[in-house]
Design a protein around this ligand. Structure first.
Ligand code: PA5
Length: 467
């Protein structure tokens, strides 16, 4: 199998110029800095804090997810994932990357009888109703995903759907339409599952939402829609293996984290763009955004000092964004690094552009090529244009997009994130910054023990005065 490669030559001063790092530092101070980040991650791994490292080897979790998928297979036309943040973005990424963004529009035959897959990760009532009205609830399985088992948005959606199912099917049938993926022991979902015999899958205690796609959170929906869940884990195990080395030059997750952190701390590149050249990986860039943002954007360092640190991850997609954000990347502030994802090589579907307009001089050059070649040429050209403009960028080349390479990519990003956590000196596993907003929303909703927000001053507001 051809491995994923990382081309970071456009990060290196010898090629990029001023904003790059001198190549010799990769064997010098940056290698030392990475070695100590690696050591701190290894010690967190061995103390059991970073449970995602063990997911590729969790054959019990895999078996459970496959068995449950087998039990419900053929009974449902639709699978709806109800979750938010890390509990939803992984499933969307799996669907889009491996089945294609148009999976739900394919016929039953084209889907080989596998269910359509929807993700409800917003409480916007119009969008929720649009989705639910579109589905035959009698033929729909709802997978409620929440590590805590108590997230307000997820619980509200669960209650709405349960109410609709009670009306439509009667209370006795409702439980058969739910699978809960939640903490093994605690939380409201776990209690309901146990009291009412609802099928459920456990999320390991030491795996948080954004690190959970390789747990039953992603494995169950993957298995149900026919994705090779075992291959997903095998790919992740491969990345875990080659990322074990403390030698910077040999560790792609280490290189990604160290080069992005250095570009930020030394050259002011605080915006980290994730730009796949693949429509199927569009969702991946949003999955990565949440992982990088929630893990690294922190008020305090690990010693408790106030630091307000963290890069801003920005999703983009090639080639579309060449006509949108690339102008800014090329000529705007020198505050960005672009991480390209290129899907190269065999297995990709491709289409020739065609020579039927060869007599039109402005179109003739396209005729001998395919869309795949055009896309790849544009990616290379964009990377080179950025380099010539002194704009740092690096490229992960993925030989073939399948369950195995996607699993590998997920694990690479997890490992890069925890290395980056060590380099930024923050805890990548918590998210204290989202608590205050949650508490104020509880206050507004009248939940006991919580205060509502201060109201804004009605005079500090523009409105069109009518006579
Ligand atoms: O990545 C995270 O940890 C968060 O984004 C959570 O996934 C999100 O807040 C949802 O939490 P829960 O899974 O407990 O419902």
């Amino acid at each position: 199998m051809t491995p994923i490669t990382l081309d970071f030559s456009n990060m290196v001063a010898e090629r990029l110029g001023g904003g790059g790092v001198e190549a010799e530092r990769l064997g010098g101070d940056l290698a030392d800095r990475f070695r100590s980040a690696h050591e701190s991650v290894e010690s967190a791994r061995h103390s059991g804090e970073m449970g995602f490292f063990e997911l590729p080897y969790d054959s019990v979790a895999l078996r459970r997810a496959l068995d449950l998928a087998d039990r419900v297979e053929g009974r449902f036309e639709n699978l709806v994932i109800i979750g938010i943040g890390g509990s939803a973005l992984g499933a969307r990424t799996l669907r889009d990357a491996l089945l294609g963004p148009l999976w739900n529009e394919r016929s039953n035959e084209e889907r080989a009888g596998r269910p359509r897959m929807y993700i409800l990760d917003n409480v916007d009532p119009g969008a929720v109703l649009d989705t639910l009205e579109h589905l035959d609830l009698r033929r729909t399985l709802f997978n409620v995903v929440s590590k805590s088992g108590s997230t307000a948005e997820t619980m509200a959606l669960y209650l709405v759907i349960e109410g609709l199912l009670i009306e439509e099917l009667g209370a006795d049938e409702v439980g058969k339409h739910f699978v809960f993926t939640t903490d093994a022991e605690s939380g409201t979902l776990r209690s309901i599952a146990e009291a009412e015999g609802i099928s459920s899958l456990p999320i390991p205690d030491n795996v948080g939402g954004r690190f959970s796609v390789l747990s039953p959170v992603g494995l169950f929906p993957a298995a149900l829609v026919g994705v090779d869940a075992a291959a997903l884990l095998a790919g992740a195990a491969r990345a875990d293996e080659y990322c074990r080395t403390p030698v910077l030059r040999e560790n792609p997750a280490g290189l990604m984290a160290t080069l992005l952190h250095t570009a930020h701390s030394e050259a002011g590149a605080s915006i980290h763009v994730m730009m796949p050249y693949s429509e199927r990986l569009r969702s991946f860039s949003f999955w990565f955004q949440q992982l990088w943002a929630e893990s690294l954007g922190k008020a305090h360092d690990r010693s408790g000092n106030v630091v307000h640190t963290g890069p801003t991850p920005l999703p983009a997609v090639g080639v579309t964004d060449q006509h949108a954000q690339v102008q800014l990347f090329m000529e705007g502030p020198l505050d960005k690094v672009v991480v390209f994802l290129a899907v190269t090589g065999l297995g990709q579907r491709d289409v020739s552009i065609g020579t039927h307009r060869a007599s039109v001089p402005s179109l003739a050059y396209l005729g001998d090529y395919s869309l795949g070649r055009l896309m790849d040429a544009e990616r290379q050209a964009t990377a080179e244009a950025l380099r010539q403009g002194g704009r740092a960028n690096m490229t992960f080349e993925i030989p073939h997009l399948d369950a195995s390479t996607l699993g590998e990519l997920f694990m690479l990003m997890f490992v890069a994130t925890v290395y980056a956590g060590a380099l930024y000196d923050v805890n990548p596993l918590d998210q204290p910054g989202v608590e205050l907003g949650k508490e104020l929303a509880y206050g507004l909703m009248g939940r006991e023990g919580y205060d509502p927000p201060e109201q804004s001053d009605p005079d500090v507001r523009w409105r069109l005065e009518r006579g």
